[in-house]
Design a protein around this ligand. Structure first.
Ligand SMILES: [Zn+2]
Ligand SMILES: [Zn+2]
Length: 367
């Protein structure tokens, strides 16, 4: 069995389960919940559809990002429209549909931001490690356990902090935010730890990136016949940002962060202009007030857009820098044109940083 095949099946089961839960919750007849703030249900709508999209993307049913976004958006609108059926005694609202779309927009920005350039050193190993991790039941159990602990810890910490600071915010509200943050932090940490140990194992055992068979020796895998370049197991740069050595930190770090900041400021300006974010001095000229829940969600979309713009810029800069791999040393800038590489892997004569030789025809256009 190919690595990742079993994991994909489990992932698909999880996706259908999540879809069932969200559909049941949005169509539960005559459901009324007392929300701690006006528009709180909008936040829940957005979170539900964001998580749904994030769970469905790795199932691999749809591999094109625009098509996936279109299907997800259509589903969320259909889900809302079905609530107009008399039998469920709910009401379909444009605001709820907008909330659903906001959640999907955030999920799509996350998906785009997490897409990696296959030219990044270590990409093949990372992709194989991911497929091997999701195949292991222990990994799923570790994620479930750490999410539960993270939710409890996050909820308790935020509620305690809120009560100590005497903030005018309801305990249920802060428990929900704390639990969500706790789950995110715990899941992230668990996945990073599992991925690191799996990547180390793959490098140590020289596993084939296609079939996962260990002990590849030579230009091709003995088990599946796939061509495996020696540079596959090359350890990525020790100190790196975005897969390029950190001496490029201004281009791949500082500039993108500044761009994200500028985008955020621009969006906030628009939000003030549209009186979504209210300024007291302008009060006499403002229109209808947007629900706090709706505003919270629009702010989340704004943050996601800004972060995504910064990441996009950073990745584009990294691609441009990596296009020079094999021509000049990425770590020290030394000219490498005289260096003769062995089986696709060379070393800088100045700082000994390894570099891969781009196979003929795959040299990227700068742009
Ligand atoms: Zn193989
Ligand atoms: Zn060098």
């Amino acid at each position: 069995m190919q690595p990742g095949a079993r994991g994909t099946l489990w992932w698909r089961a999880l996706a259908w389960l999540a879809l069932g839960i969200v559909f049941t919750a949005t169509h539960w007849p005559n459901l009324h919940i007392e929300w701690p703030m006006r528009g709180g249900d909008k936040v829940l709508h957005a979170i539900a559809f964001m998580i749904l999209a994030l769970i469905w993307w790795p199932t691999g049913f749809i591999r094109s990002v625009p098509l996936f976004a279109l299907v997800a958006a259509s589903w969320s609108i259909l889900d809302e429209a079905l609530q107009a059926l008399p039998i469920v005694q709910r009401h379909a609202g444009v605001e709820d549909a907008v909330a659903n779309l906001c959640g999907i927009a955030i999920a799509m920005l996350v998906i785009i931001a997490l897409q990696r350039d296959p030219r990044t050193p270590g990409h093949a190993v990372r992709a194989l490690a991911w497929r091997m991790v999701i195949d292991r039941p222990q990994a799923w159990m570790a994620c479930a356990a750490s999410s539960a602990l993270g939710a409890m810890a996050g909820g308790v910490i935020l509620v305690t902090t809120q009560s100590l600071l005497r903030q005018p915010i309801k305990p249920m509200h802060s428990a929900l935010i704390g639990a969500t943050l706790g789950v995110a932090v715990a899941l992230h940490a668990t996945i990073i730890v599992m991925m690191r140990s799996m990547e180390a194992r793959i490098r140590a055992q020289r596993c084939c990136p296609t079939c996962g068979a260990p002990g590849v020796d030579g230009p091709a895998c003995a088990a599946c016949g796939a061509v495996v370049p020696t540079s596959t197991w090359m350890v990525p740069f020790a100190r790196s940002i975005g897969g390029v050595p950190d001496r490029h930190w201004i281009r791949v770090g500082l500039v993108p962060v500044s761009i994200a900041g500028v985008v955020l400021v621009l969006i906030m300006a628009v939000s003030i202009a549209l009186s979504i974010r209210r300024i007291e001095a302008l009060e006499p000229y403002l229109g209808i007030e947007v629900d706090p829940g709706m505003r919270l969600m629009l702010d989340a979309v704004a943050l996601a857009v800004a972060a995504s713009a910064g990441l996009w810029w950073s990745r584009r800069a990294a691609v441009r820098i990596r296009a020079k791999e094999g021509i000049e040393c990425l770590a020290c800038g030394h000219d490498l044109r005289g260096v003769v590489p062995e089986s696709g892997l060379g070393r800088c004569g100045e700082c000994a940083e390894p570099f891969r030789v781009q196979p003929a025809g795959s040299v990227r256009q700068e742009g």
